[in-house]
Design a protein around this ligand. Sequence first.
Ligand code: HEC
Length: 110
Amino acid sequence: MKKVTMLALTATMLVTSLNAEEKKVEVQKGIKMPYMAFPMKPGKGMYSTKGKCNMCHSWGYVLNQGPQSKAFWRKKVIKMIDVFQAPIRNEDIDEVVEYLYANYGNGEEG
Ligand code: HEC
């Protein structure tokens, strides 16, 4: 008798915990991640750069750097390609660097 009670209790607990699991999933589905849209400065190469950089992270990553030299931006773009496998072709690097430097540059080439 005791065994049967224990079995029933275990089964009830199992069903209860399964229900709890289901509920947890439902709650998670309802979570909305905040997306911060940081506007980009309009200029030559903006749309091309937007497509190449915003696929992984917001423009906030760029704004956080503050005004920087052309060499700095070139290094960052190459880091994105080398380290994070950003799909940017070699022939497109200049356009992105020019856009970054023209709009988020500090006036220094090197
Ligand atoms: C394939 C994904 C990917 C693409 C595409 C990409 N990035 Fe990144 N980027 C990352 C990751 C991952 C980090 C590091 C995030 C972290 O540390 O939280 C990062 C970080 C950065 C940072 C912060 C400083 C640093 O060195 O980590 C800057 C600036 C940046 N990216 C600029 C760019 C620019 C400009 C482009 C477009 C040319 C670009 N990213 C495209 C993945 C990407």
